[in-house]
Design a protein around this ligand. Structure first.
Ligand SMILES: [Zn+2]
Length: 273
């Protein structure tokens, strides 16, 4: 039988990733991805709303409902539990679920696939800017008063807009990441290690990495996150110069340099889902 107690969790799946075997110089600063765990996709009606959820039957005594930052609701139920009972429990907690979804949506106002059309919002340094496309004498991107003004020589198309925006992001990333490196390096220059080189590239799965030659590589998309988040990623990589792993000594150093790193990591994961 299902236990009456309903455990509410408010988890970020990316915070609780079990550490895989870590190679030297490899790093777990992963870009959040949607979970895929073979669960069943279901939905339950609540008033005029429909709550979609992923149901997983697991060997456990209590039912657990979790709302993830990517707006998925995951219900873990005991192996034998009846679907009507599960639905009843979900409905009982519907207000809480909707509140969590609402909370996460504020960090997640963007659609997964960008269309590069006027009105759509894009991020820069943790803030949202609305796209305004127009035709003009030259191709350019300007940021002003909450808007990304993209001017195209020809009629603006999503392809051209995307290309111009990406070029703009790369240019800004070079400036912002270099500044971040300077800020963060101040806390490391007395550790007897030499300042690493900085490289920037589009990466699918990582915010940052450190090569065995001591080059810090940052994901261009990181420039969409706040300066605080950029500094956190840079600092994490700089800590690897001293400790080539995620050992307790590594975390000791990270804690001493940014005591609130966990909070910042959480922010980064929420804002960039
Ligand atoms: Zn790492």
């Amino acid at each position: 039988m299902m236990n009456k107690k309903l455990k509410e969790t408010h988890v970020n799946p990316h915070l609780s990733v079990a550490p895989k075997k870590i190679r030297a110089n490899s790093c777990k600063l992963v870009v959040p991805k949607n979970i895929s765990d073979g669960s069943r996709k279901l939905a339950v009606k609540y008033g005029s709303k429909e709550i979609e959820y992923n149901l997983i039957h697991v060997k456990r005594k209590t039912m657990e409902i979790a709302v993830h930052p990517d707006s998925t609701v995951v219900v873990k139920a005991p192996l034998q539990s009846d679907i009507t009972l599960i639905e009843r429990k979900i409905i009982k907690r519907a207000r809480w679920i909707l509140r969590q979804l609402n909370y996460f949506n504020q960090f997640n106002p963007k659609t997964p696939d960008r269309c590069y059309v006027s009105g759509e919002t894009h991020l820069y340094l943790g803030k949202q800017y609305r796209l305004k496309l127009s035709e003009g004498p030259e191709n350019c991107v300007k940021l002003s008063r909450g808007f990304f003004y993209v001017t195209c020589q020809n009629k603006p198309t999503p392809d051209i807009t995307k290309k111009l925006l990406n070029q703009w992001y790369l240019k800004k990333a070079q400036i912002q990441f270099a500044q971040s490196m300077d800020r963060c390096w101040m806390k490391f220059n007395n550790l007897g290690i030499s300042k690493p080189k900085l490289s920037i590239k589009q990466m699918q799965k990582r915010w940052g990495s450190l090569s065995s030659r001591g080059t810090v590589t940052l994901n261009t998309n990181l420039v969409k996150a706040s300066k605080e988040c950029i500094d956190y990623v840079v600092t994490h990589e700089l800590c690897h110069l001293k400790h080539n792993n995620h050992s307790p000594e590594f975390y000791e150093l990270l804690n001493s340099v940014i005591p609130s790193w966990e909070k910042i990591k959480h922010k980064l994961e929420l804002s960039m889902v």
